[in-house]
Design a protein around this ligand. Structure first.
Ligand code: PLP
Length: 372
């Protein structure tokens, strides 16, 4: 949900303070100040060394596209890209597209059964012509966290540029980009209770990057187009609030997630948690229930007012099992028997109680119909 504090910030900027930040009159200057203020707050949350390292985009997807395409377009000698099998489509599709177009060669690193990459495989995949390595900090389906510190050190040694998709991590884990060997870092406002329609790309000072959207000089020429002032200002508030909640608040969310998981494991036979338990963001739980149907669980829980995601993406009438789970070695059936619970600072003990009350029976009833 969008934090009420974010909405309070945004509404006046949509209603009366509607200036265009490129205008020099007072309303325009006020809008530009709102953006400058937000840029400082956003930069502070991820530990950028200067607000100018933050480029506002229209989404996390756009930030990923800008990072990957923006580097490859400028790279004349290095034409090789490395990513992982479990990236979000915002990264994987772009990498695949560039490879299909003949812009670069692509290496996709596999993951093991708990969704981790092997850093030795990263090291051996790097070549003198590798332009960019793009990996995520936290996985959107399992919550598994990659060791971007160690990965970044390896990438640095080989002289490639390192992009990290931090969309699922910002606001859930402390991120200090000043200390991490990361050149580009994407994140998104709606993942930390800001509004949809705004994301950001951190670009370390000195990193060569070509903008995707060309036109005016907004965002120092790296992202043309009149800024979404209200959404950007709201993003600033969301980052400030996330910072306050980061330590103690996230410990509480993690405890709630663990209670949900452990109680379900105890109550539902043949249930399993997917992903490396000890290296995950505290907000995500990905569980498979053998013989059940994730999409069915989703629909049944929806009737109780509980929104979860399943391990299959419904597209054009067929439900394709999650590539992330298949990459971890789950069978198609088990991937389809999967649901993902996403918790947040607004999640309550009562919501967890409700799931614990209804879900074991939902699964039991589903299993009754399965062939033995
Ligand atoms: N990267 C990851 C890991 C995500 O989870 C998402 C969205 O869920 C994105 C990128 C795309 O972000 P956005 O929804 O802001 O386009």
């Amino acid at each position: 949900m969008v934090a009420p504090e974010v909405i309070n910030k945004m509404v006046p900027l949509l209603a009366d303070q509607y200036g265009n930040p490129s205008s020099v009159h007072r309303l325009g200057r006020q809008a530009a100040e709102q953006i400058a203020e937000a840029r400082e707050k956003v930069a502070a949350l991820v530990g950028a060394s200067a607000p100018s390292e933050i480029v506002f985009t229209g989404s996390g997807t756009e930030a990923d596209n800008l990072a990957i395409t923006g580097i490859l377009r400028l790279s004349t000698t290095r034409k090789h890209l490395i990513t992982t099998a479990v990236e979000h489509p915002a990264v994987l599709t772009v990498c695949q597209h560039l490879a299909d177009q003949g812009v670069c060669e692509l290496t996709i690193l596999p993951v093991d059964a708990v969704g981790q990459i092997d850093l030795r495989q990263l090291e051996s995949a790097l070549r003198p012509e590798t332009a960019l390595v793009s990996i995520m900090l936290a996985n959107n389906e399992t919550g598994v966290v990659f060791d971007v510190l160690a990965a970044g050190e390896i990438v640095r040694r080989h002289g490639a540029i390192f992009h990290v998709d931090g969309v699922q991590a910002v606001g859930k884990l402390a991120v200090n980009l000043e200390r991490l060997p990361v050149d580009l870092f994407s994140f998104s406002s709606h993942k930390l209770h800001g509004s949809k329609g705004v994301g950001a790309l951190y670009v370390r000072k000195g990193t060569p990057l070509q903008g995707l959207i060309l036109g005016g000089q907004q965002e120092r020429g790296r992202r043309a187009g009149t800024e979404n002032v209200a959404a950007i200002a709201g993003f600033g508030v969301a980052c400030e609030m996330a910072q306050d909640f980061l330590t103690q608040g996230m410990v509480k969310v993690g405890a709630l997630r663990d209670r949900l998981e452990n109680s379900l494991l105890a109550a539902v036979p043949e249930s399993v948690v997917n992903g490396e338990i000890t290296s995950r963001v505290p907000t995500t739980s990905n569980m498979s229930f053998t013989g059940a149907e994730g999409e069915g669980i989703l629909l049944m829980l929806d009737r109780h007012g509980v929104a979860v995601s399943s391990g299959a993406a419904c597209s054009s009438g067929s439900s394709a099992p999650s590539q992330v789970l298949l990459s971890m070695g789950l069978s198609e059936d088990l991937a389809r028997a999967t649901v993902r619970f996403s918790l947040s600072r607004y999640s309550t003990e009562e919501e967890v109680d409700l799931i614990l009350q209804v879900l074991p029976d939902i699964i039991k009833n589903m299993r009754r119909g399965r062939p033995s």
